[in-house]
Write a protein that binds this ligand. Structure first.
Ligand SMILES: Cc1cc2nc3c(=O)[nH]c(=O)nc-3n(C[C@H](O)[C@H](O)[C@H](O)COP(=O)(O)OP(=O)(O)OC[C@H]3O[C@@H](n4cnc5c(N)ncnc54)[C@H](O)[C@@H]3O)c2cc1C
Length: 303
């Protein structure tokens, strides 16, 4: 209740004030700030996935604006040989308004990314996008195998079945690369698990299925208990360090992140940047007010 109230009033505060809450989680407004952040992470033996911040669009001009931003980002980042990847949100390219235009825009991103040897991850958004984002991935994966990955959300009841579906389209020699996360959006009980432990259980079932299918798993979580269960599976299946990775958000659970990298687990951090940081930060808080508490405790207790 208090979290929801704080999340709802934050957008009415001056940007400078909201920045105090957000700066830990966002690299900055400009690419040069993201690059500084990527270099710092690289020194800690951590790779990055870079996200240009943006929201659902209302016009083709906005889609083209974001497309230009991504192309410039890829062009510049390709000069850094840091094993970087790029994360994209299809609604920024008009997924729900014009699927074909969105697909074409992502195709342009992927063509440049392939030329520059960068990997592109399609983020997963709320459940109104799940079918289209999976379809988008399947079509682009056929054209750019080895250069594009998708995200699946363990809180969705359908995710194990989605893994079966993806196995059917897999191209030999190009393991499907999936970021597995719990899921950030508020979904109904009908389609999503709600209990903390049942989401963890489904995460582990999905991870095990990914191992069975020999997909490449990117385990995106800060949940210590869940990470311990993942480590058990990594040991059980005797995975080599280049056969999986952990992923975390910028500024979150840094100590846990350090522990994992020190034990030689590959770690990738999500580095968001862009002028749209304010709308992004306040909207994410409204979507998931529990984050308010995480942020407040994160400010007080270093992790
Ligand atoms: C690299 C990456 C990419 C992601 N991509 C997507 C995506 O495409 N689609 C999607 O739906 N979701 C995405 N998520 C979000 C994810 O679904 C979860 O909502 C988020 O990671 C929190 O879940 P958790 O597993 O860390 O566990 P939790 O139990 O929620 O968190 C464990 C602990 O981590 C800390 N923590 C977690 N999140 C935050 C935060 N935001 N701020 C401060 N502290 C925090 C807190 O200490 C918390 O107690 C992504 C997450 C990561 C790490």
């Amino acid at each position: 209740m208090v979290n929801r109230m704080i999340a709802n009033i934050l957008p009415h505060f001056p940007e400078r004030f909201v920045w105090i809450f957000s700066k830990k989680y966002i690299a900055g407004k400009e690419l040069k700030e993201a690059i500084r952040c990527i270099e710092d992470l690289h020194r800690e033996n951590i790779v990055s996935t870079v996200d240009v911040l943006g929201e659902s669009v209302n016009s083709l001009e906005e889609v083209n604006y974001y497309l230009a931003q991504y192309l410039e980002t890829i062009q510049i980042l390709s000069e850094y040989n840091f094993g970087l990847s790029i994360s994209v949100k299809p609604t920024m390219f008009g997924l729900l308004e014009d699927y074909d235009y969105c697909q074409n825009s992502l195709r342009k991103i992927l063509m440049l990314a392939r030329e520059k040897n960068l990997f592109v991850r399609i983020d997963m958004e709320d459940s109104s996008c799940t079918d289209s984002e999976l379809r988008l991935f399947e079509q682009l994966y056929k054209e750019f195998p080895g250069h594009v990955g998708i995200v699946l959300q363990a809180y969705l009841r359908r995710t194990l079945a989605d893994l079966d579906r993806l196995k059917k389209v897999e191209i030999k020699g190009h393991p499907i690369n999936i970021r597995l996360c719990k899921g950030i959006y508020v979904e109904s009980r009908k389609i999503a698990f709600k209990g903390r432990q049942e989401i963890r259980n489904n995460f582990i079932s999905c991870f095990e299925k990914m191992l069975e299918y020999k997909f490449y798993p990117a385990l995106a979580t800060h949940d210590k208990k869940l990470i311990c269960s993942c480590l058990d599976l990594i040991a059980k299946y005797e995975l080599k360090p280049d056969e999986y990775e952990f992923q975390m958000l910028l500024g979150v659970t840094k100590r846990l992140r350090k522990k994992l990298t020190q034990k030689n687990h590959r770690m990738r951090v999500y580095v968001p940047f862009g002028v749209q940081w304010f709308r992004y930060a306040t909207r994410r808080l409204q979507e998931n007010p529990h984050m308010v508490w995480d942020i407040i405790t994160g400010m007080v207790v270093p992790k």
